[in-house]
Design a protein around this ligand. Structure first.
Ligand SMILES: Cc1cc2nc3c(=O)[nH]c(=O)nc-3n(C[C@H](O)[C@H](O)[C@H](O)COP(=O)(O)OP(=O)(O)OC[C@H]3O[C@@H](n4cnc5c(N)ncnc54)[C@H](O)[C@@H]3O)c2cc1C
Length: 231
């Protein structure tokens, strides 16, 4: 096996890599992919770099390199040439998990903003009493509730075995963008303390930024939806 891949979540810490690789030469490209598992320590399997990120420091995101890495046939996962189909089958689940992650992040950041708005006083009153701030919190609460209803419905449909590819693409982009709006507004409510690492909102703000990027970017999600609209 030869090749490399950047941005692998937990790639730096893994002891087993599940690799999608080209194993055939069919003119139909999606018939050429297979999934192969590779144990750490296999000659030619190199953890090239631990990547420096703006957030999510608990995950060792890595760049993995394969240089003339020989792998026994028994490491083939599933059937040869079916890798593309296996991935397509699981992408729906990955995007649903991503939407759930963004939702729970938004809930937590909202709670922190609300708590701060009730306790921090300026000009003789809690900052949450200023109409602008109370409206911001009302907007956050509303968007989170809408997201919760949508995501919970998708979880039920997914568990029931329904095809939710289109709707999960909607959830992935909208909930992750919503979580970033909540991050911005909740940090703003914290004032200068929001910018300090010791306040959790500062860390959440950094962590949630990638939600609109990984597991399929907002733009790619919109492309899927547009395609399903016949565009
Ligand atoms: C912290 C982190 C963890 C990750 N973990 C993993 C992992 O575990 N496994 C894994 O395989 N990948 C992982 N990724 C990779 C991630 O999925 C990609 O970074 C992401 O899909 C975007 O691809 P790219 O970086 O190549 O951006 P590009 O494809 O170069 O896109 C750059 C910009 O152009 C836009 N763009 C690209 N194509 C189009 C288009 N057709 N129409 C409109 N706009 C377009 C994108 O939306 C984006 O805004 C991770 C990334 C990060 C940052």
């Amino acid at each position: 096996m030869n090749g490399q891949k950047v941005f692998i979540t937990n790639g730096w810490d893994c002891d087993l890599a599940i690799v999608v690789c080209k194993t055939g030469n069919s003119p139909r490209m999606h018939h050429n992919l297979s999934i192969i598992v590779i144990e750490e320590g296999t000659p030619g399997f190199i953890k090239a770099k631990k990547m420096e990120k703006m957030g999510r420091h608990a995950e060792g995101t890595g760049e993995l390199v394969f240089e003339d890495c020989r792998v026994p046939q028994r490491n083939l996962l599933g059937e040869e040439g079916k890798g593309f189909y296996y991935m397509m089958e699981k992408l729906q689940q990955e995007r649903l998990i991503a939407a759930l992650g963004s939702l729970t992040a938004a809930e937590k950041m909202f709670e922190e903003g609300l708590e701060y708005a009730k306790t921090r006083k300026a000009f003789g009153q809690p900052i949450g009493k200023f109409q602008h701030n109370s409206f911001k919190l009302a907007e956050m609460a509303t968007e989170i509730e809408i997201a919760r209803c949508f995501v919970h419905e998708l979880v039920s449909e997914h568990v029931a075995g329904k095809d939710i590819v289109n709707k999960v693409s909607m959830a992935k982009w909208w909930v992750s963008e919503m979580a970033n709006r909540v991050a911005y507004d909740s940090l703003q409510l914290h004032g200068g303390y929001g910018y300090m690492e010791e306040y959790p909102i500062s860390r959440h703000y950094q962590n949630v930024r990638v939600d609109t990027i990984f597991a399929g970017t907002t733009e790619i999600m919109k492309s899927i939806i547009a395609k399903n609209l016949g565009l």
